[in-house]
Design a protein around this ligand. Structure first.
Ligand SMILES: Nc1ncnc2c1ncn2[C@@H]1O[C@H](COP(=O)(O)OP(=O)(O)OP(=O)(O)O)[C@@H](O)[C@H]1O
Ligand SMILES: [Mg+2]
Length: 580
């Protein structure tokens, strides 16, 4: 989490005090707009502000500045991030944001149980119900304390997170809630889902949009002056050099300045800086390359440790980093110190992890590893994560996938199951499709193709794509028969019966016989299948026939077979020791 400039003054690589925090320069207009939105939210008229702009232009800096102002006015500020070169589970940024909600503070309501426990999310019954519950929670909090909710880097967020943002945005106008979301405009191509969502948000919720532009020459001058005390002719030359090369992008400007300082062209003498001959400086023209030249100065040992860190993620838990690299405490501490001094790393809020100062720094490190080696490290990270007590399947799968390791398939299947538990259908579909592709690449080595196909067919929208889903189920059935897998066969028949009954509106007989087949499975297998169907391991109600019968009853009700539905309800009551 970014910190304020005051907390953050550090000694930089060449020994001077470099105000490396977010001491913001310029941006009066943008800050004015954000302050006005904040005041309005404090008065009970919240809204969604979308802050866009190219990479490194200063979106986070602006939001961090807003966060400081909001906290000073008594707001509770919560941050959630989406990440590059990584995946998060469904609703990742929102879950992160909710997990940062302070526990046990007097008068503030308790967070909803589904933040920590996916089962209670499943119990909500639908994504709409989940969204209502989450929005109601934010409203409850805001009645006690106004809220600033920050979603960083929305262009990397999952569909479920965008859906909830859209849902929440519609309700802000009479609440003390300001939602601020950032995204990189240079990442939004026409087919990007956020690209199509933006006009919808504007239409539905009257969103405030703020497109952050490059700094003008005054802005660049102020940025330089805020970091490097330099005067006279040198100052003018430095400004020209920076403006010519960085063209008003603050991250680019700062990286160039640090490059010049580390290369000795920008030198500290006494209290002020002086500038050598910039004509003999050969710095690359692209930001990522400028970052690379700085990274090269770190020395081999530190650099290779940082490369592994970049493969782990934007935030790097220290124990994981050490387990994967096998590095000594000393070597890690040295790498961290060097990384911090060069403004590459910062300590994460938890104190047990470090994070990259900027996503582009991680990207430069990541890209500098040759792909063969990257795969080796990804596999190592995946294996280490998989051995932890409660691994996140999406993340383990991501690392196995990047390693081209077929073990990704079963983790993707598990990730899909969990996404389904929280009604994140798009994420579940994504995971299953990725798994199918990977399994195909590996010549079917996972042995899970039948389950993946059945899963996809079962996820399809209730009344859509019948033919495609039938084809998937046909193939899954063939696989089940060939492999003599009664459990998979039970699942396939259940889904098929569901599709067929929906399709031609016939009675629920096919569903009944599929249910009976499933009930004849050995109990362990039945539990496995239920886990797959309902996203819950084991049986949800105790009498395992009840759930499937209930689904049949719901179907009968929906299709107007009321007499049959009522009769079935009577039977459930009569047969269930819990309900009767
Ligand atoms: N107005 C500003 N004043 C001072 N420093 C700034 C300003 N804007 C940006 N910076 C500095 O530039 C760097 C990049 O800014 P920031 O991280 O806010 O960019 P961003 O737009 O969020 O980038 P990304 O799209 O990669 O997330 C940071 O180190 C920040 O401190
Ligand atoms: Mg940012």
């Amino acid at each position: 989490m970014p910190q304020s400039a005051d907390e953050h003054s550090t000694i930089d690589a060449v020994g001077s005090v470099d105000r490396a925090g977010n001491g913001i320069v310029g941006r009066e207009r943008e800050r004015g707009i954000l302050r006005a939105q904040l005041r309005s939210a404090l008065d009970g008229v919240g809204c969604l502000v979308l802050v866009s702009g190219e990479a490194g232009i200063g979106k986070t800096t602006l939001i961090d500045d807003l966060a400081g102002a909001a906290a000073a006015r008594g707001c509770l500020v919560l941050w959630g991030h989406a990440y590059d070169l990584s995946v998060t589970p469904a609703y990742g940024p929102w879950v992160e944001l909710l997990r940062r909600y302070p526990a046990g503070v007097e008068r503030l309501p308790e967070p909803p149980a589904f933040v920590e426990d996916a089962r209670s999310a499943t119990a909500a019954g639908s994504s709409e119900a989940l969204f209502f519950a989450a929005a109601a929670f934010f409203d409850d909090v805001a009645r006690v304390q106004p809220l600033l909710l920050i979603l960083e880097d929305l262009h990397w967020a999952d569909q479920g997170s965008r859906d909830f943002l859209r849902f929440l945005a519609r309700q802000l106008a009479d609440r003390r809630i300001l939602v601020a979301a950032t995204y990189r405009s240079d990442e939004l191509h026409r087919r990007h889902p956020l690209y199509t969502l933006l006009p919808v948000l504007v239409r539905e919720s009257g969103v405030e949009r703020l497109d952050v532009q490059r700094l003008d020459s005054d802005g660049s001058r102020a940025l330089i002056a805020s970091r490097y005390a330099i005067g006279g002719d040198d100052a003018a030359r430095l400004e020209r050099y920076i403006q010519d090369h960085a063209e008003g992008n603050p991250l680019f400007a700062l990286e160039l300045l640090r490059s010049l300082a580390e290369g000795g062209v920008l030198r500290l003498s006494g209290d002020t800086w002086s500038l050598g001959d910039t004509d003999r400086v050969r710095l690359p023209t692209l930001l990522l390359q400028v970052i690379e030249t700085r990274l090269d100065r770190l020395g081999d040992e530190t650099l290779s440790l940082l490369r592994v860190a970049a493969i782990i993620g934007q935030e790097v838990p220290l124990d994981l980093w050490q387990q994967v690299t096998g590095a000594s405490d000393d070597a890690l501490v040295k790498a961290i110190e060097r990384g911090q001094a060069s403004h590459i790393l910062e300590e994460a809020a938890s104190g047990t992890a470090i994070r990259f100062q900027h996503a582009l720094i991680r990207e430069a490190l990541y890209e500098s590893v040759i792909s063969l080696r990257r795969r080796v490290w990804h596999r190592k990270v995946a294996e280490t994560l998989a051995a932890l007590p409660a691994p996140v399947p999406d993340i383990v799968a991501h690392h196995f996938q990047q390693a081209g390791d077929v073990r990704a398939v079963s983790w993707l299947l598990e990730a899909a199951r969990r996404a389904r538990m929280v009604y994140a259908t798009t994420t579940a579909t994504d995971r299953l499709e990725t798994a199918l592709g990977l399994d195909e690449q590996q010549g079917g080595a996972s042995g899970l193709r039948g389950w993946l196909l059945a899963g996809l067919a079962g996820l399809g929208e209730m009344f859509a794509r019948f033919d495609e889903r039938r084809r998937m189920l046909d193939e899954a059935r063939d696989i089940a028969v060939r492999a003599n897998d009664a459990t998979l066969l039970g699942l396939v028949e259940w889904y098929r019966a569901f599709i067929e009954t929906h399709f031609d509106g016939s009675t629920a007989e096919a569903l009944g016989s599929a249910r009976d087949r499933i009930q004849r499975l050995p109990s362990g297998e039945r539990a496995r299948l239920y886990g797959f169907l309902y996203g819950i391991v084991g049986t949800p109600i105790g009498v395992d026939s009840v759930d499937m019968t209930c689904e049949i009853i719901v179907f009968q009700g929906q299709s107007g077979q009321y007499r049959e539905a009522l009769a079935a309800i009577e039977r459930v009551y009569a047969e269930s020791p819990i309900l009767s």
